[in-house]
Write a protein that binds this ligand. Structure first.
Ligand SMILES: Cc1ncc(COP(=O)(O)O)c(C=O)c1O
Length: 480
């Protein structure tokens, strides 16, 4: 795991988290001087920085990386970047600078600065995802908000008689729990019918997913239902699997599905994203998970924008009716600072060899290596072949741990955090009735890899589980 020892950078950066020191006046003077520095620079010039920089002659050292993440609790092996992402110290400082810029002169900030800053972030996103036009990019808080934008639109289509009662939405059985609730709140409540595409986990090939997806669409056709929307995860959350979205979008087009929405909450920074190649109508990704932004910022890309003039942010404010991107840029008085630090996150990323592409590849390689190491140590298996995982991978837990329900999976996760200082989400997989199923494991850990992780983090997890096995532990022993 020496992969990050020779990483390239080409900027000086603010020493780590001076701002976290308890001395408040010092804190503000540092932020103020950084702010002045920032104000004296042309903000437009930042967005001209390359998305994928050419290697330069400087390297970000392992020590500098650890310093950027020195605010992480040193007692915890944090192998769960997937849930809440991570924000380096230099980006945290830039975030505070935006807050100070707002607080120091709110009227000036709102009237003269905010929209320019949002445009800069949107321009970077446009290049990252290879979109045609910056107008196609609306910047918003997170994937949950993007899902609400699209599903609210479907609810209106039912209310206005564009959709008929019983028209369908197709989604994967492993769609994110909160997204399923959004479907219930907007689509089902308005009279829509939900079709879930089932596929087995562990999964061994894309074909398994593709063929189940086709079957679900055929079933809809046979029952005379019109499929209005397919909502497809790019990377499912739990269990985590990379989904062949390009292929599924193509099938949707062939089968006459009206619209396709790709939920890539784990998108930019975690997997390759080319919205034109993917070809969906809507594509959302967070930037706080794998692009080093603070919580919370994400975006929604809408292809063929003129078609979507009636797409609205669920919070209606002054910009209502002026296009989604503008609506998202003004959702009432609030703190917009996380949406403005995208250029600073890119600056951090560009200190690494091959920028985000390099980070993504190294994370993938490392997480596969660590996943194999754990599966071998415990005599278990991975949840998917390496090419179906991203910077996250599912690793089977020894069956003697007795994970027998979702509740127990959650309790085991808490136990690992509190008793062993390991933060890792645990997935419960109901036993398969299929006798041909390769694996009878009921518990899987989703491990992540991000630039700050070290081999020791995964060894700590390995040893904690070995200790539990050795002690004859079973989840049933954990108190309620
Ligand atoms: C697939 C998927 N969709 C949606 C979400 C929701 O993301 P957020 O909480 O940032 O809105 C997540 C969160 O991890 C997710 O994994």
């Amino acid at each position: 795991m020496a992969g990050y020892n020779r990483i390239l950078f080409h900027h000086n950066h603010v020493p780590l988290l001076q701002t976290l020191k308890p001395n408040i006046s010092r804190r503000f003077s540092v932020a103020r001087s950084n702010l002045n520095h920032h104000l004296n620079n042309d903000p437009e010039s930042k967005s001209r920085k390359p998305i994928n920089p050419k290697p330069s002659s400087f390297t970000i050292t392992e020590a500098e990386i650890q310093s950027e993440f020195a605010h992480h609790d040193p007692g915890v092996a944090r192998i769960n970047n997937g849930s809440f992402g991570s924000c380096p110290g230099s980006v945290f400082t830039a975030w505070q600078q935006w807050q100070l810029r707002f607080l120091s002169q709110p009227d000036h900030f709102y009237i003269d600065e905010l929209q320019k800053g949002l445009m800069e972030s949107r321009t970077i996103i446009k290049h990252l995802v290879k979109a045609d036009d910056v107008d196609e990019i609306a910047i918003l808080d997170n994937a949950t908000t993007a899902v609400a934008v699209v599903l609210q639109h479907t609810a209106w289509a039912f209310a206005e008689g564009v959709y008929k009662q019983g028209d369908a939405i197709v989604m994967l059985c492993y769609a994110y729990g909160a997204v399923k609730k959004s479907i219930k709140a907007y689509f089902s409540r308005a009279g829509g019918y939900v079709i879930e595409v089932q596929f087995k986990f562990p999964v061994s090939s894309n074909d398994e997913i593709v063929s189940e997806f086709r079957k679900a669409l055929e079933k809809a056709k046979d029952s005379g239902r019109r499929v209005r929307l397919a909502l497809i995860d790019h990377v499912t959350s739990m269990p985590s699997v990379l989904i062949p979205v390009k292929e599924l979008v193509k099938i949707c087009r062939e089968e006459g599905v009206d619209q396709v929405f790709v939920d890539a909450a784990h998108g930019v920074g975690c997997i390759d994203v080319d919205v034109k190649e993917i070809g969906a109508d809507f594509y959302t990704s967070n930037l706080y998970k794998w692009f080093f932004c603070p919580p919370s910022v994400g975006f929604l890309h809408c292809r063929n924008l003129p078609k979507w003039l009636d797409l609205h942010h669920p919070i209606v404010s002054h910009e209502y009716g002026n296009g989604l991107a503008r609506e998202c840029g003004w959702v009432g008085t609030r703190d917009y600072s996380p949406l403005l630090v995208v250029p600073s996150a890119l600056e951090f990323i560009n200190r690494f060899q091959n920028g985000i592409e390099g980070i993504k590849k190294r994370n993938h390689d490392e997480v596969v290596e660590m996943g194999k190491m754990l599966a071998q140590a415990w005599g278990t298996n991975l949840g998917s072949p390496p090419d179906m995982c991203t910077s996250m991978i599912m690793v089977g837990l020894p069956s003697s741990l007795g994970v027998a329900s979702e509740k127990q999976a959650l309790k085991l996760r808490t136990h690992l955090r509190k008793s062993f200082g390991v933060e890792v989400p645990i997935y419960y997989q109901a036993p398969s009735l299929d006798e041909e199923s390769e694996s009878m494991l009921t518990g899987y850990a989703r491990i992540s890899h991000q630039v700050y992780n070290k081999t020791e983090d995964y060894h700590k997890f390995r040893d904690a589980v070995n200790q539990l096995v050795c002690d004859g532990f079973s989840c049933a022993l954990l108190p309620d």
